[in-house]
Design a protein around this ligand. Structure first.
Ligand SMILES: CC(C)(COP(=O)(O)OP(=O)(O)OC[C@H]1O[C@@H](n2cnc3c(N)ncnc32)[C@H](O)[C@@H]1OP(=O)(O)O)[C@@H](O)C(=O)NCCC(=O)NCCS
Length: 115
């Protein structure tokens, strides 16, 4: 189930985001989480199963009802079980009037999902 990011999930969110190749630098990662906390166009969601947070997906809402998926990551112990694709599916349900798009850093996986 996708849940909305809140400040008390900051540590787990940063851990999950750090699996993205673009978020290896701590300063960059801190900037990224700050954008999600302060910019209303940046929306971050976590994937919760039972009591565990095991995935993350973040979008940038743009003009013209587009939502660019900037970050997507799943805890390595839970990969290859369809969670990545399920997060994309639930995100589409949350933003039915938006066109979901990949960016250059998320395209290789998102090309395998239905956007
Ligand atoms: C990409 C990621 C979120 C997929 O999560 P997942 O829950 O394992 O995804 P699913 O189980 O829904 O789909 C798995 C399929 O996606 C494909 N896949 C996984 N990572 C991929 C990648 N970086 N590029 C292209 N395809 C990828 C594989 O074909 C895989 O199939 P398999 O299980 O038969 O090997 C996860 O691998 C991850 O967190 N990677 C590190 C963060 C990252 O690089 N994100 C950007 C990806 S472009």
């Amino acid at each position: 189930m996708l849940i909305r990011y809140r400040k008390n999930y900051e540590k787990i969110a940063m851990g999950l985001l750090s699996f993205m190749p673009t978020e290896k630098d701590l300063k960059k990662l801190q900037q990224t989480i700050k954008h999600y906390e302060t910019n209303e166009n940046w929306q971050l969601f976590l994937w919760k199963e039972e009591d565990d947070i095991i995935g993350i997906i973040g979008i940038l809402l743009g003009d013209g009802q587009t939502a660019e998926i900037q970050h997507i990551s799943v805890n390595p112990s839970h990969r290859h079980q369809g969670i990545g694709k399920q997060m994309v599916k639930e995100l589409k349900e949350l933003y039915p009037n938006y066109e979901l798009k990949a960016n250059e850093f998320t395209a290789s996986f998102l090309d395998k999902c239905e956007l």
